[in-house]
Design a protein around this ligand. Structure first.
Ligand code: ACO
Length: 435
């Protein structure tokens, strides 16, 4: 822990009157934590917190979120400043090392990442084992895990240099693998990376170019892609990041851990929501249907929820959603899409919902997914690729947390406890004696 505990809280067992002092630790900002590491050995009790809604699982210096105020900081820098003034690889460096790189550090970092953009040629044949209609996230789970079978010289987690190379490889190869997954679904040839291009440009090039024709990078779309990557780069101890940390706590290799993160991200409650938003906006179809859809969202007897609204942590406007909305306008303007019915429906829906008592009282604001689907669709991505793009970007955060865990001397193998409510001990009966 950063500081020795200066204060404590007292826990009293009302049945016996016994009490215990529990140390309290303060972070630099945000809620303090009660240290319960010795709770079981001292009291014989566990804590019970399904979904970890009140549990800090680790000490971290990477990302801070104040959900009530709508603040998201990476290493102290607000997300909107990073999205508007920085670039994805610089943010990946910041997450990893704690500081923005100076000019030399940036040049070295970009060189290191760029050097690793290609994948082992034999990995290409892996793809042909998948059906052409396989979901690209299914392919990503498989091929990212398979990297551990190809890069043996970066799987020794106790060797700092190998860990560093594994991080470079993961950040660098994710766009290549993501583009390959897309190309495979189309039946088009894989496009090799072009290292003279920036990270986002290279991804667009590998995704949308074909060998038969020259491909011209659109700088506005490349900038938008880069911003989308920054907005998804990290988000503290969310489900997929916690999955990466938990997988890693057993000593698993980095490629296996990131593959575990991808599986967790795949779920619709996590990385799959922007797809759901787009489907909802398409279903709404026109502005005049909005009151009806808002009514459904408020109806307790209806399971329908307004997709892209509400967040476990943000009880205010998601700061990423603001940048996403601006980026959405830039992309549609660049592509000459005037009066996009989906964007108009989204903006009207947002306007109506933000004035509605139900959404105001429950603090339900648009989240990062509300506008991202509209942008990605306009850029030409099919819905099935949305979560893949999220995984590509989140790899920067996952590897930063993975590395931080090694530098934290207090980390142990993750092993939650449980409240057991099953049967008590009973004798085994031979099959003939069972009812
Ligand atoms: N539409 C209508 N009502 C909602 C919505 C919504 N989108 N979200 C929450 N509510 C209501 C709930 O019905 C509940 O009402 P109640 O108190 O009367 O029972 C109340 O608001 C609190 O909802 P919870 O589900 O308890 O809030 P929680 O913090 O657990 O859920 C979640 C957050 C899952 C994101 C939720 O808001 C939701 O389902 N939103 C839609 C899906 C979505 O956009 N997910 C993307 C999240 S962002 C990301 O993962 C990158």
């Amino acid at each position: 822990m950063a500081d020795a505990s200066k204060r404590s809280m007292t826990l009293t067992d009302d049945a016996t009157g016994k009490s215990w002092k529990l140390p309290v630790f303060d972070g630099t900002v945000g809620p303090s934590v009660i240290d319960i590491r010795k709770l079981y050995s001292d009291t014989g009790y566990f804590t019970h917190d399904p979904g970890f809604t009140s549990t800090s699982s680790c000490e971290s210096k990477i990302t801070f979120i104040d959900g009530d105020k709508g603040i998201l900081l990476h290493r102290g820098y607000p997300i909107d400043e990073l999205a508007n003034k920085s670039d994805f690889l610089e943010v990946a460096y910041l997450l990893q090392y704690g500081e923005l790189p100076n000019a030399t550090q940036k040049e070295d970092w970009v060189k290191h990442i760029t050097y690793h953009t290609m994948v082992h040629e034999q990995l290409s044949s892996f793809f042909s084992g998948f059906r052409r209609d396989a979901h690209p996230m299914a392919i990503m789970c498989g091929v990212v895990g398979a990297l551990s079978a190809f890069y043996h010289d970066s799987t020794d987690i106790h060797d700092e240099e190998q860990r560093e190379i594994a991080c470079h490889r993961l950040i660098a190869k994710m766009p290549t693998l993501a583009a390959m997954a897309y190309k495979y679904s189309l039946g088009q040839p894989f496009v090799y990376p072009q290292n003279s291009l920036s990270f986002a440009e290279n991804f667009l090039y590998m995704t949308f170019s074909v060998p038969a024709e020259p491909y011209k990078i659109n700088p506005v779309l490349a900038k938008a892609m880069d911003k989308i990557f920054i907005l998804h780069a990290d988000h503290e101890q969310n489900a997929s990041t916690s999955t990466v940390r938990l997988a890693s706590s057993s000593g698993a290799n980095p490629f296996a851990c990131i593959a575990a993160g991808i599986t967790s991200l795949w779920g619709p409650a996590h990385g799959g929501a922007n797809e759901a938003v787009l489907k909802m906006l398409m279903e709404i179809g026109s502005k005049d249907k909005i009151p009806e859809i808002v009514k459904r969202a408020k109806d307790k007897s209806d399971t329908f929820r307004l997709m892209g609204f509400g967040h476990r942590v943000y009880k205010n406007y998601d700061p990423r959603a603001k940048v996403m909305q601006e980026t959405c306008r830039e992309v549609l303007a660049e592509l000459g899409i005037k009066n996009d019915p989906l964007l108009e429906t989204a903006m009207e829906l947002e306007r109506i919902a933000l004035q509605d008592d139900y959404f105001v009282q429950k603090k339900l604001y648009p989240n990062v997914d509300f506008y991202s689907g509209i942008i990605l669709r306009a850029m030409g991505f099919p819905m099935s690729m949305f979560t893949v793009l999220f995984a590509l970007a989140r790899t920067a955060g996952w590897v930063a947390h993975w590395q931080e865990q090694f530098r934290d001397g207090e980390q142990k193998i993750g092993r939650p406890r449980q409240l057991y409510t099953g049967s008590v001990q009973r004798p085994f009966l031979p099959v003939g004696q069972r009812k």
